[in-house]
Write a protein that binds this ligand. Structure first.
Ligand code: ADP
Ligand code: MG
Length: 427
């Protein structure tokens, strides 16, 4: 049991130099110190990292932070090092084999260990972690565990297996900026949480003005974008639905003398990192991105976020526009909306999901020894769809997996309807 002082601000000052906690931070920290499983939903920029950085100074031991994205992990580690925290390691696939061995050898010597769900599934890694004195486990961007979420990472589901195999399960702290009730239920279930304490602070961002611009269709949207972006205040992010549209609009904006670049998951990692860096430096004014862009990006002065298409849920929309105005400065969020958008959004969201027949086909292929990915390719499924479906086939068989896919589709339909109501000014 950790002795917790009545006053935590002294420790806050010592460790970080900050004078006061921001809303939510102290409550979350006290819950972790009390040894409780904790879910904290705090807006982007609220200072969630501090919630896991501080308690370890009282508990001792090691904090294990599981992060869904390698780039996010690298940023966070670099940031902590630059703030003077030396006892931090990143255990991920960027390490060369000798580097990895060195980190694994010294594992007990670190105060903070960042890692990915994939790493946890490696036997020699999980064995080493099992020997450690882990004070608490952190799931950062925990909404990624939820299939209801737009940022779903199937690998996050593996966390459950890893937690089940632990010799002693330390308290778990789940952090996220957006979580619907469904996502929170998933977080509780998949992280095997025991009566978690929940802190939910809705995103209250009075400095972001919302505007909805009704337009006839794609062509009119393009026209609007090419007319408005050159004269609007940046830096900004233009969210689009497809890789092709991202490339096309970036190019046309450059033609209008806007320093713009595309960002999507189809680009080489180096190119993505370069674009991100240039945007952070201010060399680029606009990013035309798919929803692959943004998680963990800490650029305080984004002034404008434009959506060319309907996001697939209110939670996704809130997360994406939350990237504007993190410095508190006046910012704008614009949703370009046309009557056909709902249909397109439904098509894209549901196209990803295999129907029951495809799930059974996939299950048969896997049962006959075929690799899930190859089988998925034959069925025309996306990589994510294959990973989700094959995970559930493994857990619950073909029928169970088909039912899961149906439920997912229903959730997606609900999310999009919610956005349509918002766009039409009804919610
Ligand atoms: P989140 O993960 O919630 O999006 P971060 O943890 O990245 O946010 O923190 C955002 C910024 O706020 C960081 O630059 C951090 O140093 C700063 N910050 C966090 N807590 C405080 C505090 N109590 N006082 C002042 N600045 C803070
Ligand atoms: Mg964060």
């Amino acid at each position: 049991q950790t002795a917790v002082p009545a006053e935590l601000t002294e420790l806050l000052k010592q460790v970080t130099g900050f004078d006061a906690f921001r809303p939510g931070q102290e409550e979350v920290i006290r819950s972790v110190l009390a040894g409780r499983d904790t879910i904290a939903v705090l807006p982007t920029g609220a200072g969630k990292s501090l919630c896991y950085q501080l308690p370890v100074h009282l508990t001792g031991g090691t904090v294990l932070i599981v992060s869904p994205l390698l780039s996010l992990m690298e940023d966070q580690v670099a940031r902590m090092k630059s703030e003077g925290e030396k006892s931090v390691a990143a255990l991920n696939s960027f390490l060369t084999p000798p580097e990895k061995s060195a980190v694994l050898r010294n594992l007990g010597g670190y105060r903070f260990i960042f890692t990915s769900p994939e790493m946890l599934m490696q036997r020699h890694v999980s064995d080493r972690l099992n020997e450690l004195d882990i004070a608490y486990i952190v799931a950062d961007e925990a909404h990624c565990i939820s299939q209801w979420g737009f940022d779903f990472r199937p690998d996050y589901l593996r966390l459950r297996q890893w937690l089940e195999g632990l010799r002693r399960r330390p308290p778990v702290l789940a952090l996220t900026a957006t979580a619907s009730e469904e996502a929170i239920r998933d977080i509780e279930a998949y992280l095997l949480m025991d009566r978690p304490v929940k802190f939910i602070y809705p995103p209250d961002r009075p400095n972001i003005a919302l505007q909805i611009v009704p337009l006839a269709g794609r062509e009119e949207k393009t026209e609007w974008i090419l007319q408005e972006i050159p004269v609007t205040t940046g830096p900004g992010i233009l969210y689009v639905q497809s890789r092709k549209r991202a490339e096309e609009l970036a190019e046309r904006l450059r033609g209008c003398r806007v320093a713009a670049a595309a960002f999507h998951a189809g680009m080489e990692k180096e190119d993505r990192m370069l674009v991100q860096q240039q945007f952070l430096n201010g060399e680029l004014e606009w990013i035309c991105a798919t929803n692959a862009f943004g998680m963990g990006i800490d650029k305080p002065d984004v002034r404008h976020v434009i959506h060319d298409q309907l996001p697939s849920s209110a939670a996704q929309y809130i997360q994406e526009i939350g990237r504007a105005g993190r410095d508190g400065g006046q910012s704008l969020a614009t949703l370009l909306y046309s009557g056909q958008d709902a249909e397109t959004a439904m098509f894209i969201a549901l196209d990803e999901l295999p129907d029951p027949a495809v799930v059974r086909f996939l299950a048969d292929c896997i049962a006959s020894g075929e690799n899930a990915r190859t089988a998925g390719e034959r069925a025309g499924l996306s990589e994510t769809a294959v990973r989700v479906a094959s995970y559930w086939i493994g857990e619950e068989g073909a029928d169970g997996a088909a039912a899961r896919m149906e439920a997912l589709a229903a959730g997606k339909r609900r999310g999009i309807s919610e956005m349509v109501r918002f766009a039409e000014g009804e919610g």
